[in-house]
Write a protein that binds this ligand. Structure first.
Ligand code: ATP
Length: 201
């Protein structure tokens, strides 16, 4: 099995910027968000089960999942949320595992905003946390998305705290400088992971 580094961090912390740099260095990146969307694509068994359970109104006219409707349906109902998670979590895990198994690079990355909370860190040998001061996180996220500072603050408050994330970290990238400084930190870790993965196999 490939040596796997899990990458996590809060909204707008820089996970994409970090994983893009690892990808430039030739490392295969598996994205948990992508996996969670793929398993409910039309034609996949999970989508038929969701439509059967919630009614076909949960689908858009083109047959794809209406994510906003599904979010609303599970938001206020813990039993529905549990049902959905029992269906999707094992499938997401399988999708991630198949991406990791197919990885041809010396090690692979699993990027997930909920790496530790979802238990996906069990698929990794190391956890790399992208850490950022909250003011900068807010500023960068507001600039990137079309959200108000209050909306972003509410999302940040609902996520794991900075300290909770750092507690589960084996390695930390502090993303409080330029992109160039971020890349330098990635390049240093890349050398370390190459060494670790060669000793692991
Ligand atoms: P999300 O979980 O919300 O998808 P993310 O953790 O993947 O976010 P990015 O999209 O990589 O975060 O970064 C958030 C924003 O901040 C982006 O617009 C990105 O270009 C910018 N950014 C990230 N790091 C830096 C940096 N060091 N300097 C300047 N801008 C940065």
């Amino acid at each position: 099995m490939t040596f796997v580094v899990g990458v996590t961090g809060g909204i707008g912390s820089g996970k994409t910027a970090v994983s893009d740099r690892f990808a430039e260095l030739g490392i295969v990146v598996v994205d948990a968000d992508v996996a969670s969307r793929v398993i409910v694509e039309p034609g996949r068994p999970a989508l038929a089960k969701i439509a059967e359970h919630f009614g076909s109104d949960i689908l858009q006219t083109d047959g794809t999942l209406d994510r906003a409707k599904l979010r609303t349906a599970v938001f206020k109902d813990p039993a529905e949320r549990k049902w959905l998670e029992a269906l999707t979590h094992p499938l997401i895990r399988e999708e991630i595992l198949s991406g990791l198994r197919n990885a041809t690079s010396p090690y692979a990355l699993l990027v997930s905003p909920l790496l530790v909370e979802s238990g996906q860190n069990q698929l990794t040998q190391r956890v790399l946390v992208v850490d950022v001061p909250e003011e900068l996180q807010l500023e960068r996220t507001v600039n990137r998305d079309n959200n108000s500072p209050d909306q972003v603050k509410a999302i940040m408050a609902a996520q794991a705290s900075r300290q909770q994330r750092l507690d589960s970290a084996d390695d930390v990238i502090v993303n409080d400088g330029s992109l160039e400084q971020l890349h330098q930190q990635v390049d240093t870790l890349h050398q370390k992971y190459l060494e670790m993965s060669s000793q692991d196999s």
